[in-house]
Design a protein around this ligand. Structure first.
Ligand SMILES: NC(=O)c1ccc[n+]([C@@H]2O[C@H](COP(=O)([O-])OP(=O)(O)OC[C@H]3O[C@@H](n4cnc5c(N)ncnc54)[C@H](O)[C@@H]3O)[C@@H](O)[C@H]2O)c1
Length: 376
């Protein structure tokens, strides 16, 4: 890899996340001394109005409704695919067969079988493949990750990793593909929010040995947006009570994925508690890191964090980080790892970790169905 390599991107699926990715590439120059340049050169979506939107991006040369046309372009090195889950397997395999590298969106296939097929194809192809999960790149999340790696908490008591939404509490919210099993997958909310809660634990080697799952479907139909009602058959909330083995001890780890958590717009949070210390970070208070110290007195203290990013940017050190910032950092991690320049920083979710997440979610479905504890 050259010291200043260029990574030329294509996007398949220019909806919510496709445009978010374009925004990250558009301000790539904020990254300081970064070894890779990016250029968004091609976009594919089925919707004319979205292709029109991408005309704002001056580097885009190809706008198409046919993903095969994008994949034929010799100017595309890496493809970001952000489409409904039922299309993941087909489109990810098409990207690999075209000889391109891939940043896949979660959940990396609609189910476990699809995830394994994609993982195997990725391995065979030799292409660089990772999956999306951006919250762990926020400064507070990085602090929790580093502290957990250092083992400074003493004997671990418990771990929580959660991602909560709330707009589905409104029964008049119209249905979309994420609320229908045939597009979203049987795993429902776990497919939508699950990768975000397992990325940090899995990277720390905290893989559940067994799971007891409580899954809930709250509203079974929603307005179809055309004056009628449509069946809403996905799991809304999932509580996964798991055991992980850490330093020879079994530790309870609770993973929560909720579409209906009252008042929680997009709250990602993680907490690790031990006998000697603990840390808690939530995007609810995006600057705040809570630290527990056990001394003569027991203290929870809060620290205001600034813009301490794994990949430094020009943004002032006291300025708080938000969603577009961690999304840019995730892409920087992808580009750096692809170029062999990740160093000791945290990387994006691997295909193996993606398959492990599906193994957990499949076990959770079984656990809920039979009301039993299931080995993972
Ligand atoms: N990382 C995150 O934080 C995050 C957040 C939301 C969604 N996602 C994931 O991103 C993916 C997309 O979700 P979204 O919210 O952007 O959905 P979206 O519905 O906003 O966008 C999907 C786009 O794909 C397009 N599309 C559908 N079929 C296509 C095809 N054959 N070829 C080209 N384009 C096609 C649609 O027209 C649409 O514009 C999903 O896997 C979802 O789970 C990730």
């Amino acid at each position: 890899m050259s010291a200043n390599q260029k990574m030329r991107l294509g996007i398949i699926g220019g909806g919510l996340m496709g445009r978010e990715a374009a925004s990250a590439f558009g301000r790539w120059f904020v990254l300081e001394d970064f070894p890779v340049q990016v250029e968004l050169v091609a976009v594919c979506d089925l919707q004319e109005k979205l292709l029109d939107w991408f005309k704002k991006v001056p580097t885009v040369k190809l706008l198409t409704k046919d993903h095969n046309e994008l994949l034929k372009s010799p100017e595309v090195d890496v493809v970001y695919v952000a489409v409904p889950h039922n299309l993941h397997e087909k489109l990810y395999l098409d990207v690999l067969n075209a000889g391109k590298d891939l940043l896949a969106e979660k959940p990396f296939g609609i189910d476990l079988a699809a995830a394994k097929t994609i993982r195997d194809a990725a391995k065979k192809s030799g292409r660089f493949v990772r999956c999306s999960s951006e919250f762990p790149f926020l400064p507070g999340a990085q602090r929790v990750f580093q502290a957990a790696q250092s083992g400074q908490f003493g004997k671990l008591l418990e771990i929580h990793s959660c991602f909560w939404h709330s707009s589905d509490l409104d029964p008049t919210k119209a249905i979309n593909w994420k609320r229908q099993n045939k597009f979203c997958g049987e795993i429902g909310v776990m497919g939508d929010l699950g990768m975000h809660v397992v990325h940090v634990p899995f990277r720390l080697g905290w893989n559940p040995k067994r799971v007891f799952a409580q899954l809930q479907k709250i509203y079974t139909e929603r307005p179809d947006g055309k004056g009628g009602m449509a069946a809403c058959d996905t799991w809304d909330n999932a509580l996964l009570h798991t055991d992980v083995s850490i330093n020879g001890q079994e530790v309870p780890m609770r993973l929560e994925m909720k579409r209906m958590a009252p008042g929680e717009t997009n709250t990602w949070w993680i907490e690790v508690l031990g006998t000697d210390g603990g840390l808690r970070y939530s995007t609810k208070e995006p600057k705040t890191l809570w630290t527990f110290q056990r001394g003569k007195e027991q203290i929870w203290q809060k620290t205001d964090l600034g813009h301490q990013m794994a990949f430094p940017t020009i943004t002032g050190g006291i300025f708080e980080a938000g969603f577009p910032d961690c999304f840019l950092q995730m892409w920087a991690a992808y580009a750096a790892e692809r170029a062999g320049a990740l160093g000791n920083r945290m990387g994006c979710v691997t295909p193996e970790e993606s398959v492990a997440s599906h193994e957990l979610f499949a076990a959770a479905l079984e656990s809920h169905k039979n009301k039993t504890v299931v080995s993972v």
